[in-house]
Design a protein around this ligand. Sequence first.
Ligand code: SF4
Length: 578
Amino acid sequence: MDKFIRVDMSTGKVNTSPIPDEYKGLGGRGLTSTVIAREVDPRAHALAGENKLVISPGLLSGTPAACSGRLSFGAKSPLTGGIKESSPGGVNAMKLARLGIAAIIVEGLPPKDELHLLHVDREGAHLEPAGKLKGLGNNAAVAALTEEFGDRVGYLSIGQAGEMKLAASSVAATDMENRPNRHAGRGGLGAVMGSKGLKAIILDERGTGPIDLVNSSEFLRFNKMWSGAVLADPATGKGMPIYGSPSAVAILNQEGGLPTRNFRYGQFEKVEEVSGKKLRQTLKERGAKMTMPCSPGCVVRCHRNYHGKDGRFAGKSPEYETLWAFGPNLEIGDLDAIAELGNLCNDYGVDTIDTGVAVAMAMEAGIIKFGDAQGALELVREIGRGSYLGRIMGSGAATAARVFGVARVPVVKGQAMVAYDPRVIKGMGVTESTSTMGADHGAGYMVGVNLGWVPNWRKVPKLSTEGQVEASRAIQTFQIAMDSTGLCQFTHTPLLNSKEGMEGVVGMLNTKFDWRWQEADFMAWGEKLLKIEHEYNIAAGLGPESDRLPLFFYKEPIAPLGAVFDVPEKEMGKFYNF
Ligand code: SF4
């Protein structure tokens, strides 16, 4: 991966150049965040021409490394106002890496209100008009593109929400079945793509060869070690392939940390209706395939399609966070409705988490009642219609709360909090408070640390007030390094917990690039990158005062455990002292 493609939407020029020296050795989130920090004025508006959308495969993407199919999208976020990265699975990281491209950087604004698509293949890259795709959701847009370009290329696209530049817009990425069902969901990066007038990117790697590895036989040996660790891990080797990420529903409910009715309770009375077990049983009865990879080379294979009551394909099966956002969070115990809500979001191109919490804000305001699945569906459909109400719903929970006059707003840095109550899973409270990404479970998944899934690395009991800050800092620095490799975040447990896992991954980096890294170098790399993101956020106006949860988490005990978020302020204030 030795090329940069820079696309200037103000002139229509596309320039391919060797990767500049200052960016060599970076990939994925490490590269997107470094480019944003160096090249985007932190004072710039996220939808202005000064902002850049950076797309980068991880350093191991495109190689035989197991589960290395994550593709990083980075920009200044319209939702948080700070630096942002979001990384979907799918086929596109592999394609971009095989094309030898370290990053696509899209900048400027188009002079006219016109849409384009960027076509990238081994001959180069160019823009084409995409007016005929205007107003289409991701499903129809990819279907139209597939008619023209076939189903062997990869597609990245925005739906109606991105075209309207709504702050919770996502970017869709096609999966192994050419469906636009993997999303860079968080932080509104689809709005940045929409502001550039870029409807879609086509990645065609046909005719390229395998990626160069400095020592391929050793690389394969380390990959065997890594994939062995992934398959031996109870989560990635057993729980995820059987139940997918919704396996977390029953666990969080049992722990008393499944946020219910807009974070009022830690358990949901209809939990059995929305559990991973129930979802699996439903999909099995309806004839869905039970395990699939979303990207080439994944050995976990937790991706699944949803099938409706008629047994037919009905979109993507919801991940845990989507299931939570439209399920317990809204007191909806109907899997079909939850899946439909998630798939409407996928089609319109909005984040399911921020949209689910925006619906909760409408419920708080009494616009519809908690538990009203049909009302929730109507609100979400407004996004696709582009009505004023829909534009509010697609702009995230913080905006919806402001417009609807709601005070109970679970957001940090403008981004909706996720499916783990911070009063009970306190480590997640630290991560969601302090993360450079705004409230974001993917920035440092403390659930495993708090519930004992990574005992060889660290264990801090969920209700302990001690040790959470140090552990969250360690996992956030680890995560940014992991997000730079392209490895799927779901495989963080074997990477943290297994000696072979870490040795395998560091070994693959060394034998791909001729490095001499140890585990400590991997962690130090993450620390350096986290500092870059943090400094950018401070310059963008997100200082220490933004590293806190909403007040009700400190004051209102959550049933049944009666816990509040009580990690000492003094400790929280030390998070960035490194
Ligand atoms: S673990 Fe699941 S989400 Fe991750 S790459 Fe594999 S199938 Fe995709």
